[in-house]
Ligand binder design. Structure first.
Ligand code: NDP
Length: 449
């Protein structure tokens, strides 16, 4: 759909011609540009200095071959990526994703979103993202270690504690970070905070593992309260059962909600008595098994094959925490018909554009992932601070800072939306608040930096 501003629409049309096959990237850019119309019209410098045209083009894209040897002695080849999108407000920062569907479009969309998200945290972090079309599922520990070492052997040339600090994402947890950190240290003969999400015994931060899920619930709680509601007594549905979903379950339950459904990419479980996050943690983090095995722990629960059916389970609060475009307009209509009151994104771009339009159009509360899942990267920023100062904070200290940051992000989004005449529109507010910070720095630094 055309954007109601000639400058912004021209930029989008140009991208469409140049990168027609990069669907996820185009979707992410369109979503942001649509909400920036009043901002661009409020200050001629954004167009004069072509700030938007510069923001949609990554500063640097690195693609590389990752060859590794599998357990059968066969040489395998995967593709590796690092997109260093924008360093106006700090070193590039953003996760690494290992999944078979990873391509340049997905890494660019994630990197673009990361620029706005990191700006919202108020910490000095630019945006980047990386990954590979390698899928850790079904691989042995040895295979994963050899892959991570090979991936880092090339990536190490482009990152550094003051240049680019990667972290985890889908398919990259503590195990993969550990193998990559070890290889970076070996290659450079330095011990630096070049990665976040590290284990506690070698520079990791307490509460980093929990941070994205906890932060999502702190954000949702702030938005609910601002609208006279809370988690108390609410039926909560969470898609996914990975890092974000597990700890979103823990915090939503602590805040008084009852999590009745969770999923993985094969199917979903429903447990009307409430899903204990520790059972999911045991299945997913310890055993690395499928969510279908939940019924072995809780025989009264139900497992249903096929993941998108989870949105037909009646709930008050929906937390999509799995992957991009997992919640389409039909799913949104099911949620609305069943009386859902709010959709708060834990994953990056989980709702399709028409799903978002339906959710907002029906008057449900909605928060975009770039705001409500920013707790992960914010706590990565806190891990960097602890590494730089050679100190470590307690779980409570980090958790309190995280809560404060999420409440501040919510307030910043709400206030930016109101300032530009879109009171209550947290989606627009997130884009505007993130944009203003990065644009300001880019204006100050001149064109050729
Ligand atoms: P994980 O790899 O830990 O978990 C991903 C989960 O989603 C797995 O349970 C996976 O199931 C499931 N899944 C994948 N595709 C689908 C699908 N189509 N439907 C249902 N479930 C699916 O990843 P994270 O929890 O770290 O990341 C989840 C999302 O949150 C991503 O969008 C990520 O970019 C975002 N995010 C993560 C942050 C973090 O700190 N980890 C920070 C900010 C955002 P299976 O086991 O079958 O693959």
């Amino acid at each position: 759909m055309a954007i109601r501003n000639a400058y912004l629409n021209g930029i989008y049309e140009d991208l469409l011609g140049r990168y027609a096959e990069q669907h996820e990237f185009l979707e992410a850019v369109h979503e942001v540009l649509e909400t920036l119309v009043p901002v661009v019209e409020s200050d001629p410098r954004y167009e004069q200095q072509n700030i938007i045209g510069r923001m949609v083009e990554p500063e640097r894209i690195i693609t590389f071959r990752v060859s590794w040897v599998d357990d059968a002695g066969k040489v395998q080849v995967n593709r590796g990526y690092r997109v260093q999108f924008n360093s106006a407000i700090g070193p590039y920062k953003g996760g690494i994703r290992f999944r078979d569907n990873v391509n340049l479009s997905i890494i660019k969309f994630l990197g673009f979103e990361q620029v706005f998200k990191n700006a919202l945290t108020t910490l000095p972090m630019g945006g980047g993202k990386g990954g590979s079309d390698f899928d850790p599922k079904g691989k042995s520990d040895g295979e994963i270690m050899r892959f991570c070492q090979s991936f880092m052997t090339e990536l190490s040339k482009y990152i550094g504690e003051d240049t680019d600090v990667p972290a985890g994402d889908i398919g990259v947890g503590a195990r993969e970070i550990g193998y990559m950190f070890g290889q970076y240290k070996r290659l450079t003969n330095t011990w630096t905070g070049v990665l976040t999400g590290k284990g506690l015994s070698y520079g990791g931060s307490l509460a980093r593992k929990e941070a994205t899920g906890f932060g999502l619930c702190y954000f949702a709680d702030a938005q609910l309260k601002d609208n006279g509601m809370s988690f108390e007594g609410k039926r909560v549905v969470i898609s996914g059962s990975g890092n974000v979903a597990i700890y979103a379950n823990q915090k939503a339950s602590t805040l008084g909600g009852k999590v009745i459904a969770m999923s993985d990419s094969n199917g979903y479980i429903v447990d009307e008595n409430g899903i204990d996050y520790q059972v999911i943690r045991e299945i997913k983090e310890v055993k690395r098994a499928r969510i279908s095995t939940y019924v072995d722990y809780v025989p009264s629960a139900k497992y249903v094959e096929g993941c998108s059916g989870i949105w037909t389970v009646p709930c008050d609060i929906a937390l999509p925490c799995a992957t991009q475009n997992e919640l389409n307009v039909d799913n949104a209509k099911s949620l609305i018909a069943n009386g859902c009151q709010g959709v708060f994104e834990g994953a990056n771009m989980p709702c399709t554009p028409d799903a978002i339009a339906a959710i907002k159009g029906a008057g449900l509360l909605y928060s975009p992932g770039k705001a409500s899942n920013a707790g992960g990267v914010a706590t990565s920023g806190l891990e960097m601070s602890q590494n730089a100062g050679h100190i470590s904070w307690t779980f409570e200290e980090v958790d309190n800072k995280l809560k404060g940051i999420m409440e501040t992000i919510y307030a910043a989004c709400a206030s930016a939306a109101e300032q530009f005449g879109m009171k209550g529109d947290i989606q627009a507010g997130a884009n505007i608040a993130g944009f203003l910070k990065v644009a300001d720095a880019m204006l100050a630094q001149g064109v050729c930096y």
